[in-house]
Design a protein around this ligand. Structure first.
Ligand code: PMP
Length: 463
C-alpha cells in the first residue's frame, strides 16, 4: 500500500493529526474533543469488509462505514468504471435539457428495479438533498393541482432524514433536529410515534401522536406528505410492526397525502430485498435513495416518483427551478450502474438475506448468554440490539454506565467498528450493518468479537 511505501508512517500520522486539528471541522463529532485529541482513527486503506488505519491496525467495518459501503472496500470494478467515465467525459450537466449516457441508463435501471410505477428519477448528490427534493416536488405537485395550502410534512420521532434545513426539521432526533435552531414551520412534525395505532381504531391508547391524529388535527388540506424510513436507521434500527407500512399507505390514500419512503439506508439490498418497502409490498409516491446506490464510491442520490406525479409535473410548461450541479453526475452514475450490476451478478441481495439469518442466530445466542442483551433484531444485514440492566423488568442501564458506548469501545479495541445510539435517556442501542459481501465466517467473527466485548463489559459491571 501507499502507506507501506511512506518512509515513516508514524510521522505521517502525527503530521496529519496536527493538520486535521487545525483545519478540519468534522461532521457528527464533538469539536472540542476533536481539537484536543485529533482524529480517533486515520484510515489508510481497505479491502472487502476490512479497514486499515495508519497505526497498522485492521478493523472489520461492522456498519459499512455510514451504512453505505455495501460492496465493501477496494472494489476495483467500481474504480475502473469511474476511471473509464472520467477519461471519457468527467462531468456533464443535466441542466437545460442536457443528457449523457450513464445518467440516462441509470435512470432506466432504477425504474426497472423500483416497485410499481416508480419510474422517474430526479438525481441529487445524497440523502438530505433527496429528501429536500421530495418535499419540494410533493408541494409543487399539490400547487400544480391547485392545493396551495398542502405544505406540511409529517415525520416520525427517531426518524433520520438528513441535515439540510428541511431534512433536519423532518428528523426526529433532537440533537440534529434542534441544531442551530433553523426552522421550517411547515416541516415541524417529527412527533409522530411509530405505533401500532396506525393499524387500527381511533380509540387506540396511542392515538395521540399517531400519524392519523396529526392528519385529523391539522386537516388533510394542509399536509403534503408523510415521510418514513421503511426501517429506521440512525434512530436506532427500529423495524416497524407488521402491517405498519401498509396501514400508513392506506392512511395516505384515504386523506390524499403523499407517502415518501426514505430508502437511503434500506435501498439496494441492505435489508435482504432490493428496497425496504419490498418487505411489505407497498408502493410509496416518492422514494429517496442515496448511500448504497454507489456503495459510497461516489456521491449520488435521487428521488424516484410515481408516474402520476411525473405526469402532473411534466404538464408544467416553464423551467423546473430546482437542481444541483451534480444532479446526475456522469461518473457517479457510471459507478452506480456498475455497483447495481455487481449486486445482481453476485446475488448480494439474497446473500444479505441469508447472512442476516446468521447474524440473527448470533444475536439470539448473545441474548441467551448475557441477560442484559435484549431485543436483537435484523432485517437482512440491518441489525441492532439493546443493552438493559434488567430487560424483563424493563429497567435501563443508568446513564453513568454508558453501556452502548462502552461496548462499542470494547469492540473497537478488538477490531470491530460498530455504532452506539444513546441519544435518549435510558437508550442503549448497538447497530450492526456489515457490507453485503459478508460470508458465514465473517458473521461468526463479528459475533465472536461481540461476545468477547460483552464478556469484558459484564466483568466491568461486576467490579
Ligand atoms: N435519510 C436516511 C435514512 C439516512 O440514514 C441519511 C444519512 N445517514 C440521510 C437521509 C441523509 O443522507 P446524506 O447524509 O447523504 O445527506
Amino acid at each position: 500500500s501507499k502507506l507501506a511505501q511512506h518512509s515513516n508512517p508514524e510521522k505521517l500520522a502525527s503530521e496529519l493529526s496536527i493538520l486535521d486539528r487545525k483545519h478540519l471541522l468534522h461532521p457528527s463529532t464533538n469539536p472540542k474533543a476533536q481539537v484536543q485529541h485529533g482524529p480517533k482513527l486515520i484510515f489508510s486503506g481497505g479491502e472487502g469488509i476490512h479497514l486499515h488505519d495508519m497505526k497498522g491496525n485492521t478493523y472489520i467495518d461492522g456498519v459499512s462505514m455510514l451504512w453505505n459501503v455495501n460492496l465493501g472496500h477496494g472494489q476495483k470494478e467500481l474504480a475502473d468504471a469511474s476511471y473509464q467515465q472520467m477519461t471519457n467525459i468527467a462531468y456533464a450537466s443535466t441542466f437545460y435539457g442536457y443528457a449523457n449516457e450513464p445518467t440516462v441508463r441509470l435512470a432506466e435501471k432504477i425504474a426497472a428495479l423500483a416497485p410499481g410505477d416508480l419510474n422517474t428519477i430526479f438525481f441529487t448528490s445524497g440523502g438530505s438533498e433527496s429528501n429536500d427534493t421530495a418535499f419540494k416536488l410533493s408541494r409543487f405537485y399539490w400547487q400544480l393541482r391547485g392545493y396551495t395550502e398542502k405544505r406540511k410534512i409529517i415525520s416520525l420521532r427517531r426518524g433520520y432524514h438528513g441535515v439540510t434545513v428541511a431534512a433536519q426539521r423532518a428528523t426526529g432526533i433532537d440533537a440534529y433536529r434542534n441544531f442551530s435552531g433553523s426552522i421550517d414551520p411547515d416541516i415541524d412534525n417529527a412527533k409522530a410515534h411509530l405505533t401500532e395505532c396506525e393499524l387500527g381504531a381511533k380509540d387506540h391508547p396511542e392515538y395521540e401522536g399517531s400519524i392519523r391524529s396529526i392528519i385529523e388535527k391539522e386537516g388533510k388540506d394542509r399536509i403534503a406528505a408523510v415521510i418514513v424510513e421503511p426501517i429506521q436507521g440512525a434512530g436506532g434500527v427500529h423495524i416497524p410492526p407488521e402491517g405498519y407500512l401498509k396501514a400508513v399507505r392506506k392512511l395516505c390514500d384515504e386523506f390524499d397525502i403523499h407517502l415518501i419512503a426514505d430508502e437511503v439506508i434500506c435501498g439496494f439490498g441492505r435489508t435482504g430485498k432490493m428496497f425496504g418497502v419490498d418487505h411489505w409490498e407497498i408502493v410509496p409516491d416518492f422514494m429517496s435513495i442515496a448511500k448504497g446506490i454507489t456503495s459510497g464510491y461516489a456521491q449520488l442520490g435521487g428521488v424516484i416518483m410515481k408516474e402520476h406525479i411525473r405526469d402532473t409535473i411534466t404538464e408544467y410548461d416553464d423551467m423546473l427551478a430546482h437542481g444541483f450541479t451534480y444532479s446526475g453526475h456522469p461518473t457517479a452514475c457510471a459507478v452506480g450502474l456498475k455497483n447495481i450490476e455487481i449486486i445482481e451478478r453476485d446475488g448480494l441481495v439474497s446473500n444479505a438475506s441469508l447472512m442476516g439469518q446468521e447474524l440473527e442466530k448470533g444475536l439470539h445466542y448473545l441474548e441467551d448468554k448475557y441477560h442484559f442483551v435484549t431485543n436483537g433484531r435484523t432485517k437482512g444485514l440491518l441489525a441492532g440490539f439493546d443493552l438493559m440492566e434488567d430487560p424483563k423488568a424493563d429497567i435501563p442501564f443508568d446513564g453513568s454506565v454508558k453501556a452502548a458506548t462502552t461496548l462499542v469501545e470494547n469492540c473497537y479495541e478488538r477490531g470491530l467498528l460498530i455504532r452506539p445510539f444513546d441519544f435518549e435517556p435510558g437508550m442503549n442501542i448497538v447497530a450492526i450493518a456489515p457490507p453485503l459481501i459478508v460470508n458465514k465466517n465473517d458473521v461468526e467473527k463479528i459475533i465472536q468479537i461481540l461476545e468477547n466485548a460483552l464478556t469484558a463489559f459484564s466483568q466491568k459491571l461486576k467490579n
